[in-house]
Design a protein. Structure first.
Length: 172
């Protein structure tokens, strides 16, 4: 993990579209538990397959700099949102924090996390989670697609229920 290549992400980005989906992990063992591989695969996905489904969205700006990121609402945003404390929220609740580069993916983590929700690194492959209280795991990752910034927020709840929010940003 290092941030020397974070420059490609640095700048000010405006939300232009998004799409949210939910599902459940198919249980394939006798314990009625999802495999760690299935959870890891969900948390590590970059959201690219959702690109054809995105719809126009607005109301959120993110600034990424060498020391981290911050975001702010610029209006009403219809985006499905999991806040910094892992809760599904009716409204966007922006936060700021660290931005850590692993390969070509940047991971977002809030400035502060409750002590009981601090994730262990490398528990689910390369994914650096921003939240893990034992029941809910959230991975918030950034990739680039041409001149667009893709933010995929991948959530697993109770080892079974899945949410993914893909947000597409344009540099301003």
């Amino acid at each position: 993990m290092n941030n020397s290549g974070l420059g490609i992400f640095q700048g000010t980005w405006e939300l232009v579209s998004s799409h949210a989906t939910n599902s459940e992990i198919e249980i394939q063992n006798e314990d009625d538990e999802a495999s760690n591989d299935a959870i890891s695969n969900w948390l590590n996905d970059d959201g690219h397959p959702l690109l054809p489904l995105v719809q126009p969205a607005q109301g959120l700006r993110m600034e990424i700099h060498a020391n981290g990121f911050n975001e702010q609402c610029t209006g009403e945003s219809p985006v499905v949102w999991f806040d910094a404390e892992g809760c599904l929220s009716d409204t966007v609740q922006p936060f700021s924090g660290r931005c850590t580069l692993v390969g070509s993916t940047a991971y977002l983590r809030p400035e502060t996390m409750p002590s009981w929700a601090i994730p262990q690194d490398n528990q689910y492959g390369n994914a650096l989670l921003r939240y893990d209280d034992g029941d809910t795991q959230i991975c918030d990752q950034l990739t680039q697609d041409g001149d667009r910034l893709l933010r995929s927020v991948n959530v697993v709840t109770d080892g079974l229920y899945l949410n993914r929010i893909l947000m597409v940003y344009a540099r301003i």
